[in-house]
Design a protein around this ligand. Structure first.
Ligand SMILES: Cc1cc2nc3c(=O)[nH]c(=O)nc-3n(C[C@H](O)[C@H](O)[C@H](O)COP(=O)(O)O)c2cc1C
Length: 597
C-alpha cells in the first residue's frame, strides 16, 4: 500500500444511487482513507463534483480532455496512485464498457489502465440487473478479477422489487476496508447484512449506524441518503447540502409505501382462483374510468429509476426481448369445452387453463357429423403413414397462466380426417383444442411446443408430415412453480426463449418423411414469405394462407401451395374442401415419388 493513508479512487457512475457515494466518501475518510473521485457525465446528473470535492477534500476529475493533467498523463497517474479503484455505483453501462475494454471517457480509460485491484458496486433497475447482457458482463468481470459486490434485494425507487439496490454505504465501506487491511469495528449483522427489504422500516438500525457520525446530525443524514422516505425538505447542515444536489419537483412514493403494497397483497388460496377471476373481470369493466384518476393520484418519485429495460425482449435467434403485450391480441374469445370464453389474462389473470382432456371431451366435429364423400375404393393413401400436427400450443408461465395463440386446429383436423378417408394411417399430434378426433385417426394430445416436438419425433417414421399446428415461437424462459404475485406497481418481466422448430427438425432429421409440408400463416406478403420459408425450413411444400381475416377460427380458407415447381393457388373454400384437395395432392405426390423411385 502506498504512503500512510490508503488511497481509494472512487469512480461515480450515472445511477440513481450516485448520491450514496457522498456517504461512502465520508465513511472512507472517517475510517482513515484518502479518496479521490472521478465522476462520469452520467454521474454528474445525480451528484455534483463540488459536493464530492467538499467531502473528499481532493480535486474531482470529470474529463479525459484536461490538458494540464494530460501533459503529465494524468489518467495513467490517477489509475496508478490509488491502492484500490472502487466503481460505485457501477452502472450497467459502465460494467458493459469494462467487460468490453472500452475506454471512451476518463472513468473507463483509467479503469482499463489501472494496475490496482478494482471493485465494482452495481446498482440498477432489477430488469437491467437480471438482463442476460448484464449478467454476462458481471460474470466476465468476476473472472477477470474484478471484485463485483452483489446488489441488495428490495423495493426500488421505480416501484419494482428485486435485486439491484446499492448495498448500504456502510457495507461497501467494510468491503473496501477489507481490501485495504483496515480494521473496522464489528456491527450487529442486522445493521450491515440485512437485505434491503428488511432494512425498510427499520430506521432504528440505520440510525444506530449513523449515530457514530461526528458532526452530522443523524436524522438529517438518514433523510438525505434515503430518497424513498417522505420528508419535508430541510435547508441547513449536511442534509441541506445533499438535498440541494438532488432536485425534487414532485411528490414521491416512499419505500414504506412500496413495501406495504408488496406485503399487503392478500395471499389467495388456490381454490379461490375462480372467485378472484370474477373480481378481476368486474374490476376491469370499471377500471377504464378509474385509470386516469389513480395514475394522477399516484405519488411519483422524481428520482425514481425509470423503467429503462422495458419489457425484456425475447430470444428468437439472437434477439433477447419480447414484443410488448398487445391488448388487442389477448382480448378475444377462446374456445373452451364450455363454449367461448374470455382468454386467460396475461397479468393478474386467475382462471385455470382448461385441461386438454376436458377439451377433448367437447363434441365439436370438424366434419359436422358428415363424412367425406369419397368414391368407393378410392384409397390412394392406403399403406401410407401421414403424420399431422394441429392446433395451438400453450406455453406455461406459472400454474395458472400461459401463452397461447388463436389457432382453432380445424384445418389440421380436417386434413387428418381427409387423409384417413383416403386410406392413410394417420397420427394427429394435437395441441389444446376443443375438437372431436376424426374417425380412423390416432390422436396424441400435447400442450407445449416441447411436448409436441417430442410426440412428433416419437411418431416417426411417416411417409408424409403435415405440420399445421401453430407452434409458439417462444416460451417463458422460466416456469414459476408458484403463481406469480403482483409486486409493487410494475408488471413482471417475462423473459422468453426459443421453442424447437418442429418443421425444420422433421425436414432435416434422420427419419425425414418423403414429403414434408409446412403451413405459413401470414398477414402480409403471403407468397413471398411462404417461398422464403419453404427454403429456410427445408420443407417440400409450404401451404400459405392469409390470416389477416377470420381464418384462424373460421370455416373457410384460401391457400396457396408453394412447391419447388411453383405456386398453385386454390379458390377460397371450406376448410374441409381444402383438406381433401391437399390430401389428394399428397397422395399424388407420394405415388409419383414411388413411381419415380
Ligand atoms: C433518472 C435516471 C436514473 C438512472 N439510474 C440508473 C441506475 O441506477 N443504474 C444504471 O445502470 N443506469 C441508470 N441510468 C442510466 C445511466 O444513467 C446511463 O446508462 C448512462 O449512460 C450511464 O453512464 P455512465 O455509466 O457513464 O455513468 C439512469 C438514467 C436516468 C435518466
Amino acid at each position: 500500500m502506498s504512503g500512510e493513508q490508503p488511497k481509494v479512487l472512487l469512480v461515480v457512475g450515472g445511477g440513481i444511487a450516485a448520491y450514496k457515494s457522498c456517504e461512502l466518501v465520508r465513511l472512507i475518510r472517517k475510517g482513515g482513507g484518502d479518496v479521490t473521485c472521478v465522476v462520469t457525465d452520467g454521474g454528474q446528473q445525480f451528484v455534483t463534483p463540488m459536493a464530492l470535492a467538499a467531502l473528499s477534500e481532493n480535486p474531482v476529475h470529470t474529463t479525459l480532455w484536461d490538458l494540464k493533467n494530460e501533459a503529465e498523463m494524468g489518467h495513467i497517474q490517477l489509475s496508478r496512485e490509488a491502492d484500490l479503484v472502487v466503481v460505485c455505483p457501477a452502472t450497467a453501462d459502465m460494467m458493459a464498457k469494462m467487460a468490453a475494454g472500452i475506454a471512451d471517457d476518463l472513468a473507463t480509460t483509467l479503469i482499463l489502465a489501472t494496475d490496482k485491484p478494482v471493485m465494482a458496486v452495481p446498482a440498477m433497475n432489477v430488469r437491467m440487473w437480471e438482463h442476460d447482457a448484464t449478467q454476462r458482463n458481471v460474470t466476465w468481470l468476476k473472472q477477470a478479477g474484478v471484485h463485483v459486490l452483489d446488489p441488495d434485494e428490495g423495493p426500488m425507487a421505480c416501484g419494482e422489487f428485486g435485486y439491484g439496490r446499492l448495498p448500504e454505504p456502510e457495507v461497501i465501506w467494510r468491503e473496501i476496508a477489507g481490501h485495504l487491511d483496515i480494521e473496522v469495528e464489528e456491527l450487529p449483522p442486522a445493521a450491515i447484512g440485512a437485505p434491503a427489504s428488511a432494512q425498510v422500516g427499520e430506521d432504528e438500525v440505520v440510525e444506530d449506524v449513523v449515530a457514530e457520525d461526528d458532526g452530522v446530525e443523524e436524522d438529517d443524514f438518514v433523510e438525505a441518503i434515503e430518497p424513498e422516505e417522505e420528508v419535508e425538505p430541510k435547508t441547513g447542515g449536511f442534509a441541506g447540502m445533499l438535498s440541494s444536489l438532488i432536485s425534487r419537483t414532485t411528490p414521491k412514493r416512499t419505500a414504506d409505501e412500496i413495501e406495504a403494497e408488496y406485503l399487503e397483497e392478500p395471499e389467495e388460496a388456490e381454490n379461490e382462483v375462480s372467485e378472484t377471476a370474477e373480481d378481476d373481470a368486474s374490476k376491469s369493466e370499471t377500471e377504464g374510468s378509474n385509470e386516469e384518476t389513480s395514475a394522477d393520484e399516484l405519488d411519483v418519485d422524481p428520482d425514481a429509476v425509470p423503467d429503462l429495460g422495458g419489457p425484456l425482449l425475447a430470444t428468437k435467434g439472437g434477439a433477447s426481448s419480447a414484443p410488448p403485450t398487445d391488448p388487442e391480441a389477448i382480448n378475444h374469445l377462446v374456445r373452451t369445452g364450455a363454449g367461448d370464453a374470455a382468454p386467460e389474462p396475461l397479468e393478474g389473470g386467475e382462471e385455470l387453463p382448461v385441461a386438454p382432456a376436458e377439451l377433448e371431451s367437447s363434441d365439436e366435429d370438424v366434419l359436422g357429423g358428415e363424412n367425406f364423400a369419397v368414391k368407393k375404393g378410392h384409397r390412394p393413401l392406403e399403406g401410407r403413414h401421414v403424420l399431422i400436427t394441429a392446433g395451438p400450443t400453450w406455453e406455461s408461465i406459472d400454474p395458472v397462466r400461459y401463452i397461447a395463440n388463436r389457432s382453432s386446429g380445424k384445418q389440421g383436423f380436417a386434413i387428418a380426417a381427409a387423409a384417413a378417408a383416403l386410406g392413410a394411417k394417420v397420427t394427429l399430434v394435437a395441441g389444446p383444442v376443443a375438437l372431436k378426433t376424426p374417425v380412423g385417426v390416432d390422436r396424441i394430445n400435447v400442450e407445449s411446443a416441447e411436448d409436441m416436438s417430442k410426440a412428433v419425433k416419437g411418431a416417426l417414421p411417416a411417409d408424409a408430415a403435415v405440420m399445421v399446428a401453430a407452434v409458439a415461437d417462444w416460451r417463458p424462459k422460466e416456469y414459476r412453480g408458484e403463481k406469480m404475485k403482483k409486486r409493487g406497481s410494475a408488471p413482471p418481466a417475462l423473459a422468453l426463449e426459443e421453442n424447437p422448430d418442429i418443421l425444420t427438425n422433421v425436414a432435416v432429421g434422420d427419419n425425414r418423411p418423403e414429403l414434408v409440408i409446412g403451413f405459413a400463416a401470414e398477414t402480409e406478403k403471403v407468397l413471398d414469405h411462404a417461398k422464403t420459408k419453404r427454403k429456410r425450413k427445408a420443407a417440400d411444400w409450404i401451404i400459405a394462407n392469409d390470416v389477416s381475416g377470420d381464418v384462424m377460427g373460421g370455416d373457410t380458407n384460401r391457400v396457396h401451395i408453394v412447391t419447388e415447381a411453383g405456386v398453385e393457388s386454390l379458390e377460397e373454400m371450406p376448410k374441409l374442401e381444402v383438406a381433401m384437395a391437399l390430401a389428394e395432392r399428397i397422395a399424388q405426390s407420394l405415388s409419383k415419388v414411388a413411381a419415380d423411385g
